[in-house]
Design a binder for this molecule. Structure first.
Ligand code: APR
Length: 229
C-alpha cells in the first residue's frame, strides 16, 4: 500500500529531542527540576523574590546549551521542513537553539529562547544574548529578564499554533512528557480536527489522542521516521 501522502505537517518537540545533544531534560532522573525548585527559578514570583538566582540559573543553561550541538533528530526535522516547505511548522517547547542551529527555519519557540533577554521597560525590548544577561537594557536602560515563558505565563503565538493544529493532517510530538499545558493538549486539538497523530519518545505517553507510538531515542527513531514520509 502506498504510504499516505500528508499535505500539512505540524511537529511539537520537547526536551527529549535535545537529550542526546547533552542538554538535560526536566523530569527524567537527574533532570533540571530535580536540582532546582521550579517555583524559585521558573515563575514570575520566583524572579521577584530571587532575581539573581533566576538570572544565574538561565546564564548557566545558556552557556551549557551553547556548548552542545544539534543531533540527528534535529537534522532530520530540517529535511522534513525542506520536503513540506510552507506546509510545515516546528513548534518547540525547548528554549535551546539546536533546531535553529541545525537549519530549521519554520520554528516557533513557544516557551521563549535562552539566547534572548527582554527588558522590563514599557517597550519590552528583546535582545540577542550569548553571554550573561546584561545588567540593563542597551536600548532603554531598564532592568532585564530571561526571554523565557515561566509557569503561570502565556506561551507565545498561541492563536497561530491553534490555527496550524486545526489545519494539519499530520501532527507528531517528539521527546515530550506531555506534563505541561497548553502543549500537552495539542495532540487532542490536532486529532479532533482530523490529523493523524504520532508520538516519538523514549516512553509511551498516556492520555490518548495518538494513532501511532514509535519508541526509542530521538537521534535514532526520528531520522528513520522522516524517511517514511
Ligand atoms: N529520545 C527521545 N525521548 C527522550 C529522550 C531521548 N533521547 N530522553 C528523554 N526522552 C523523553 C522522556 O521519556 C520524557 O518523556 O523526553 C521527555 C522529556 O520530558 P520532560 O523532561 O518533561 O520535558 P518536556 O516535555 O519538554 O517539558 C515540557 O515543561 O518544565 C517545563 O517549560 C518546560 O518546556 C518544558 C515543559
Amino acid at each position: 500500500m502506498e504510504p499516505k501522502q500528508f499535505k500539512k505537517v505540524v511537529i511539537l518537540t520537547g526536551a527529549g529531542i535535545s537529550a542526546e545533544s547533552g542538554i538535560p531534560t526536566f523530569r527524567d532522573s537527574g533532570g533540571l527540576w530535580e536540582n532546582e525548585p521550579v517555583e524559585v527559578v521558573a515563575t514570575p514570583e520566583g524572579f521577584v523574590k530571587h532575581p539573581e538566582r533566576v538570572i544565574d540559573f538561565y546564564n548557566k543553561r545558556r552557556q551549557d546549551a551553547l556548548r552542545c550541538e544539534p543531533n540527528a533528530a534535529h537534522y532530520a526535522l530540517v529535511k522534513l521542513e525542506e520536503k513540506f516547505g510552507d506546509n510545515f511548522l516546528l513548534i518547540t517547547q525547548n528554549v535551546d537553539d539546536l533546531h535553529q542551529r541545525a537549519g530549521s527555519k519554520r520554528v516557533l519557540p513557544m516557551h521563549g529562547e535562552l539566547l534572548k533577554v527582554r527588558c522590563l521597560g514599557a517597550a519590552e525590548h528583546v535582545i540577542e544574548c550569548k553571554e550573561n544577561q546584561p545588567e540593563e537594557c542597551p536600548v532603554c536602560k531598564a532592568k532585564m529578564r530571561p526571554h523565557i515563558v515561566w509557569f503561570g505565563e502565556i506561551p507565545f503565538e498561541m492563536d497561530r499554533i491553534y490555527g496550524e493544529l486545526t489545519s494539519c493532517d499530520l501532527f507528531a510530538y517528539i521527546g515530550t512528557s506531555g506534563a505541561v499545558y497548553p502543549a500537552a493538549g495539542f495532540r487532542q486539538v490536532a486529532k479532533q480536527a482530523g490529523a493523524h497523530v504520532v508520538c516519538l519518545n523514549l516512553e509511551e505517553i498516556s492520555g490518548g489522542y495518538t494513532d501511532e507510538f514509535i519508541k526509542g531515542k530521538a537521534g535514532e527513531i526520528v531520522p528513520k521516521w522522516v524517511q517514511t514520509l
